[in-house]
Design a protein around this ligand. Structure first.
Ligand code: ACO
Length: 422
């Protein structure tokens, strides 16, 4: 392996038939990346340990690559900026799942299939109407995906074709689940999918009950592209671990939704807007950030395990947040956000803390009329394709995930009968 201290490195893997080259990024030297060699059991010899698996390569993948030092992200080799400019969510989904850009015919077939699969089984619709009051929408999504598995016509099919249809069905149905849940909780009739609209526009339509303006539908389409895939993040890894046991795809997606819900991962976007409201005006942002840092609180939407510079997705989303703030003549959130960014980079930029994808996405979603507690479900809706792509890629050459824990407990403790315990 080529010796470098940070950035992109190339690992040459010897396979039986060929040498393959894979790009991946490693964290900078001053990060928490410490490979400690220790014997788990004396006779096993040294086994590497890295807290939070930082810097550990857990799989080979040709789906996406991140250069955390240069702030670059490619899907199947194509820079994210080009996809944001020229692609659509459907085309990007095809690229991620099948490995290459579709021809016009392939894309037409794929889009038509996705549009046909948007409808929910009636029992899932019913289930969305019979939920306890005020559940977290991510919990609703977990329930709906698990429930849909029971009615999936391909549930017993394990062939590639059947699995692929299950994958497309989940990706196509998640937006309907979110929109139907939202319409029901606000006491409105659900709005059935419109086959004339693409993935992004159809979601906004089902959510709001009116066709979205073309420009805003396109901005949402780009936001979905930017969230579609990001290597072995916590939720994707959770999906892969579940799938590596040869469990079904819906179970893998449910695991991923559970992992994405947390505030250190996908749940940060919702908390960013809460923070902007709490701060109230740009002149209070500096004091807020400095206090948070003094009290060792995390500022949501900043920092990333892999990026030690500006997240390229945040750069694009910031432009849209600016644009929509001007369009709606409401610059309060963006001005507070920019001030937080300035102070955070001044204080923590040298440590590699910069805005991540969650920082500006909330402002964009706010102007698109998406309720705040749906920001993370919308992230799940976009990322479902990345989860599925990794599950398909990994299980095609599967090995069950089974890491070890280094035992730090006592070597021997006598069993004390309950009546003698104090
Ligand atoms: N605010 C303040 N300080 C931070 C932040 C932050 N948002 N993020 C990291 N730091 C500091 C830590 O305090 C730590 O400082 P120390 O070395 O003095 O102890 C250092 O930077 C490294 O932080 P770690 O937690 O070790 O970094 P890790 O790679 O484990 O965590 C994470 C990455 C979870 C994203 C972290 O940056 C964080 O909590 N961010 C806020 C939540 C957030 O925005 N999550 C969304 C991430 S993007 C996504 O998942 C889609």
């Amino acid at each position: 392996m080529e010796k470098v201290t940070s950035g992109f490195v190339f690992l040459t893997v010897k396979c039986k038939t060929q040498n393959l080259k894979y790009g991946y990024s490693i964290p900078p030297q001053n990060s928490h990346w410490e490979m400690i060699s220790m014997g788990v059991l004396k006779e096993e010899g040294p086994i590497p340990y890295s807290k939070g698996l930082e810097g550990i390569i857990a799989a080979l993948s040709a789906i996406s690559a991140i250069d955390g030092m240069k702030g670059k992200l490619v899907y199947r080799g194509i820079p994210i900026e080009m996809l944001a400019k020229y692609s659509t969510y459907e085309e990007t989904a095809y690229l991620l799942l099948y490995g290459e850009l579709p021809t016009k015919n392939d894309l037409d077939d794929f889009s038509a299939q996705m549009r046909e699969l948007r409808y929910l089984p009636p029992k899932v619709e019913e289930c969305l109407k019979e939920l306890p009051p005020n559940p977290h929408p991510m919990d609703v999504l977990k329930v709906a995906v698990a429930h849909a598995a029971l009615y999936d016509p391909d549930r017993l099919r394990c062939c590639r074709e059947g699995v692929m249809r299950k994958v497309l069905r989940i990706i196509a149905q998640i937006p309907t689940m979110i929109a139907y849940y939202h319409r029901t909780r606000i006491g409105e009739d659900v709005v059935p999918p419109d086959p004339d609209l693409n993935h992004a526009a159809n979601f906004l339509y089902m959510l709001h009950g009116k066709k979205p303006d073309e420009e805003e539908a396109r901005i949402f389409d780009v936001a979905l592209i930017l969230h579609a895939e990001h290597g072995l993040n916590a939720s994707t890894f959770a999906a892969m671990v579940t799938a590596s046991t040869l469990s079904d795809i819906n179970s893998a997606i449910v695991s991923a939704i559970g992992a994405l819900k947390g505030p250190l991962h996908g749940g940060a976007n919702e908390r960013v807007l809460k923070m902007l409201d709490e701060i109230g005006s740009p002149d209070k942002a500096e004091e807020y950030v400095l206090n948070a840092l003094k009290e060792k609180r995390r500022v949501m939407g900043f920092g990333h395990r892999v990026y030690k510079t500006y997240d390229p997705r945040a750069r694009i989303l910031k432009q849209y947040a600016e644009y929509l703030s001007d369009k709606y003549n409401d610059r309060r959130y963006i001005e507070i956000g920019k001030k937080i960014e300035e102070v955070m980079i001044r204080e923590l930029g040298k440590k590699g803390i910069f805005p991540n994808v969650d920082f500006y996405s909330g402002i964009v979603y706010h102007f698109l009329g998406i309720p705040r507690d749906l920001f993370t479900p919308v992230f799940a809706m976009a990322r479902s394709v990345g989860w599925a792509a990794h599950v398909c890629e990994y299980t095609a050459n599967n090995r069950i995930f089974r890491p070890r824990a280094y035992y730090i407990g006592p070597e021997y403790v006598e069993y004390v009968p309950i009546e003698k315990r104090r």
